[in-house]
Design a binder for this molecule. Structure first.
Ligand code: ZN
Length: 345
């Protein structure tokens, strides 16, 4: 079978890999689509993401949908042949964070296609993948696999909005209109936000955000843009650059909440810390997600406008072109890899 393996900075290879066999407690999934995420692009372009560095070849990918084809011993789940989405996280279940109901910050989690631990956890950009059986979810009625590929990034967005607290009736600012920022816009509206303003440097990105519910789209590099809000209740930083955080801290109201969701560059990032003090702003991190995955699937099922965010689907053999396209924000939003032709047999 074919899989996408990152060997180092700029060294992405589509390789022939052995088809895995499900062990005890595991499910085997024939992968249909894999969504290319910003973190996959970071491994490709920079050899790491945030403070996680690549130290050995790794199959990328954690946004995975397909069909469950079988189970190992002591494993059960949706009947073989069922279309499923894969929850990419395997928290340890025993650490203080897991026991406190925060499995997304588990100190010993395994996450598909992540170099956070060593040996790295191999990912799902392959024609078949083995995962713990409890991590496969049957797709709800009305949800096609293509749109279901957004379940993982939508879960990230839903978690970020949850971290912001109750946004009902609130004005929410989202800095960064990449796929995650667009999904934060949609998640905030789904959670009852009265108004969502989104900022980005790229006009196409702002159009995607508007398609999924942004009320106002602002050019981040234009201080004279009439869309700039004087003040917002909540800000979610989804660009992963220090300038975005600066915007959030300057635009949120006194006593407001800023959620840092975008992964900032490695090491230290400057920020306007005195604003935290003088305005009593609450700055919160948001990382991955937990149970939000089970909210994302039904939310996607009823919302065809999410299809707009899937700007291209390329076969696995064209993975490098797909990555280049996904990295070009002037030409794409979410890019999917199609693994159908990469399956053995
Ligand atoms: Zn844990």
């Amino acid at each position: 079978m074919l899989g996408c393996v990152i060997h180092g900075t700029g060294d992405l290879r589509v390789e022939e890999l052995p088809v895995p066999r499900p062990g005890p407690g595991q499910a085997l999934v024939a992968v249909r689509y894999g969504g290319v995420c910003g973190s996959d692009l970071h491994y490709w372009r920079h050899g790491g993401v945030g403070d996680f560095r690549l130290r050995e070849p790794m199959v990328l990918g954690h946004e995975v949908v397909g069909t469950v084809t079988g189970y190992g011993v002591r494993a059960s789940g949706p009947a073989p042949g069922t279309a499923v989405a894969v929850h990419p996280a395997t928290p340890c279940g025993g650490c203080p964070e897991c026991r406190a109901g925060r499995p997304n910050v588990c100190r010993d989690t395994r996450y598909l296609g992540s170099a956070a631990r060593f040996p790295h956890v191999q990912g799902g950009f392959a024609a078949h993948v083995v995962v713990p059986a409890e991590q496969v979810r049957a797709l709800p009625a009305g949800l096609e696999p293509r749109r279901a590929a957004l379940a993982e990034p939508l879960s990230v967005a839903l978690h970020a909005v949850r971290r912001a607290g109750d946004v009902r009736g609130r004005h929410v600012l989202v800095t960064g209109a990449g796929p995650i920022g667009c999904l934060v816009v949609a998640a905030a509206k789904a959670a009852g936000a009265a108004r969502v303003t989104v900022t980005d440097l790229v006009p196409l990105a702002l159009r995607y955000a508007t398609a999924v519910g942004a009320d106002t789209a602002v050019r981040a590099d234009d201080p004279a843009d009439p869309g700039w809000p004087a003040e917002v209740d909540v800000a979610v930083e989804a660009s992963g650059v220090a300038a975005g955080l600066e915007t959030c801290l300057r635009r949120v109201r006194r006593g407001g909440v800023v959620v840092q969701l975008g992964m900032l560059p490695p090491g230290e990032s400057p920020f306007a810390g005195n604003l935290l003090v003088s305005r009593e702003i609450e700055l919160r991190g948001a990382f991955r997600f937990g149970a939000e995955f089970d909210e994302a699937l039904p939310l996607l099922a009823g919302r065809p406008e999410f299809d707009t965010l899937i700007s291209a689907v390329l076969p696995v053999a064209a993975a490098e072109s797909a990555f280049a396209l996904a990295a070009d924000r002037g030409r794409s939003c979410k890019v999917l890899l199609d693994f159908t032709d990469g399956a053995a047999g």
